[in-house]
Ligand binder design. Structure first.
Ligand code: G6P
Length: 362
């Protein structure tokens, strides 16, 4: 029950939940490891996924953004094609399905009506489904064939933080497990890398003064803000923009670096904040080029890069983690910057206007 959960010494649930992320990741490693210390999911889930030729991820909001990254994990590690769909669109705009589809519903609450409506449909069609949720016994969990829990503890703040990184960790674990059961190598030890990620998260959560400073510097009075990135960084930018919109009411949008020139760059004015993520070596030069393009039009750039890829003028450098898993770490400063931007602007951080924690009507 939400009313039993205490904020403790924290001024807001959101800040508490941001800080809980290293613990949640460690908890997830422990829950999904077998006695030999290896990642292991139930054979039922494996068999169902291995029997399918295409995975359809259905979700809304932040969970949809986790799904976009989950697609990258599954395709890269397990080599199964994945489509990601916004639940509310899927029901009346259903794509042509493959011969043996498998459905993954991602939902923190397990109660989102838009997602449930699709699950009812795919159940009627006789397709197997897995729900990835934080709430055992939730509607989506009960109505799907399989469930993977996030083990993140109750999330109270409307803006989702720890559930997002927990979703990414569980999706990475699922992808690795399917890869192993197909005899594929993923090229690194996932439990070890998740441990490194938990430590990196801790370091970032310990750097709040810097995040507050960035928020004050870039977002105290701005009307809008853009997030740019390429590849995985693009998807994290979408989530960063959503966080900022939800709690600070700043008009924020995330864009793929290369797509800027096809329209959005028209919006850049003198002083427009542009938060650029640079955590992927193979697109580092590309995103740096995009930063130059917006700076030439007057933008105020805030480059968040990763150790090893940093360049002069970067505003913040993230501790190095495995390149395939950077979203688990790069989202933390975006969560914190949004939090402090909302504080500066005196917004109700935990209960933003017009939003509900879970939307149980279609
Ligand atoms: C609501 C919340 C969002 C959340 C979305 C999906 O709109 O305000 O923060 O991402 O629902 O929720 P779910 O529980 O399905 O992940």
């Amino acid at each position: 029950d939400a009313s039993d959960i205490e904020k403790g010494t924290y001024p807001h649930f959101m800040l508490k939940e941001i800080d809980e992320q290293p613990l949640v990741i460690r908890n997830i490693i422990a829950k999904y490891r077998n006695e030999e210390g290896e990642i292991e999911l139930s054979q039922d889930i494996r068999d169902a996924i291995l029997a399918s030729d295409r995975i359809y991820i259905i979700a809304a909001g932040t969970s949809y953004h986790a799904g976009l990254i989950g697609k990258q994990f599954i395709e890269r590690f397990a080599k199964i094609p994945v489509e990601v769909h916004v639940a509310s669109e899927f029901s009346y705009n259903m794509p042509l399905l493959s011969e043996n589809p498998f459905f993954i519903y991602i939902s923190q609450s397990g109660e989102t009506a838009d997602s449930r409506a699709v699950l009812v449909q795919t159940n009627e069609m006789g397709y197997k489904a897995l729900t990835i949720t934080n709430v055992p016994g939730s509607t989506l969990s009960r109505e799907a064939d399989y469930t993977l829990l996030l083990h993140a503890g109750p999330e109270i703040a409307v803006a989702s933080t720890k559930a997002y990184t927990a979703q990414l960790a569980v999706l990475a674990i699922l992808s690795a497990d399917i890869a192993y059961s197909k005899g594929l190598e993923i090229g690194f030890d996932l439990t070890q890398e998740l441990g490194i990620i938990a430590s990196a998260m801790e370091a970032l959560c310990g750097d709040k003064e810097e995040m507050e400073q960035i928020a004050r510097e870039y977002l105290a009075t701005t009307r809008n803000c853009f997030f740019i990135g390429r590849s995985l960084d693009f998807y994290v930018g979408l989530e960063g923009a959503l966080k900022l919109k939800e709690i600070s009411y700043i008009q924020a949008e995330g864009f793929a670096g290369g797509e800027l020139k096809h329209g959005t760059i028209a919006l850049i004015e003198n002083g427009t904040p542009v938060i650029a993520l640079a955590t992927q070596e193979y697109v580092n030069l590309g995103i740096r080029g995009n930063v130059k393009e917006v700076v030439a039009r007057g933008a105020n750039p805030c480059i968040i890069s990763m150790e090893g890829l940093e360049m002069e003028g970067d505003r913040y450098v993230l501790p190095a983690v495995n390149e395939a898993l950077t979203p688990l770490v790069s989202v933390i400063p975006l969560q914190l910057i949004s939090y402090y931007a909302a504080l500066h602007r005196e917004c109700d951080v935990d209960k933003p206007r017009n939003l509900a924690k879970s939307v149980t009507v279609e």
